[in-house]
Design a protein around this ligand. Structure first.
Ligand code: SAM
Length: 194
């Protein structure tokens, strides 16, 4: 099921709404080759620069074939071969990736749905212990030129409540990502079962 209000405006306009380099810096990617997963790649706004900065593998999914096509073209233009693109409904089918295998999972501009826990659970499943889930979304405290209806935009407290009982630990990493976004990171904790 495609998440409501997850359609995209024109590509260069969308990209102009973020400090992309600042957001990637906030992710603090591991120096060693890492497995990074992005759910809902859109145009590859973050996928492509991430792949440029990572010596590891990026796995990304989108429910829209047209988005996969554009993101793949952008990756090709950048000469990248370390991204695996998959057309997939992650809400219905999950990622299909191995449990405890990812260093980073990104849920960027996608968590404005009632069923947040489905994505959070999948992220928790595929992350390695110590791996991090990074979430960004539109701010609610200021007017923004785009973004889903304000009352559907997730807040930290809703994300923490939706991840209750999962192996995801909030350690205070939350930040305003100027101009229009905010982000938080959750760390996969060891439950003794891995
Ligand atoms: C608002 S866009 C954000 C794209 C990208 N994460 C970014 O921040 O630039 C959300 C993306 O999620 C995709 N999407 C929506 N529902 C999905 C689902 N069930 N499974 C996978 N992708 C989905 C949409 O097609 C869209 O490309």
């Amino acid at each position: 099921m495609k998440i409501e209000n997850s359609g995209m405006p024109e590509e260069s306009y969308w990209n102009s709404l973020f400090d992309i380099a600042g957001i990637i810096e906030w992710l603090a990617l591991p120096k060693a080759a890492a497995k990074i997963v992005e759910i809902g790649c859109g145009y590859g706004t973050f996928t492509v620069p991430l792949a440029q900065q990572s010596s590891g593998e990026i796995y990304t999914f989108d429910i829209e074939p047209s988005m996969i096509e554009v993101a793949q073209t952008n990756a090709g233009r950048a000469g990248l071969s370390n991204i695996t693109f998959e057309f997939r409904d992650v809400l219905e089918q999950g990622t299909g990736l191995e449990s405890n295998s990812a260093d980073r999972v990104l849920l960027f501009n996608i968590l404005h749905l009632a069923e947040k826990r489905i994505f959070l659970q999948e992220a928790s499943r595929i992350l390695k212990v110590g791996g991090r889930l990074a979430i960004i979304h539109w701010r609610k405290d200021i007017p923004t030129p785009r973004g889903p209806t304000v009352n559907t935009r997730p807040e930290k407290i809703q994300i923490l409540s939706a991840s209750d009982g999962l192996d995801l630990d909030y350690q205070g990493n939350s930040k305003i990502l100027e101009p229009y976004h905010w982000g938080m990171q959750l760390v996969k904790k060891d439950n003794g079962r891995q």
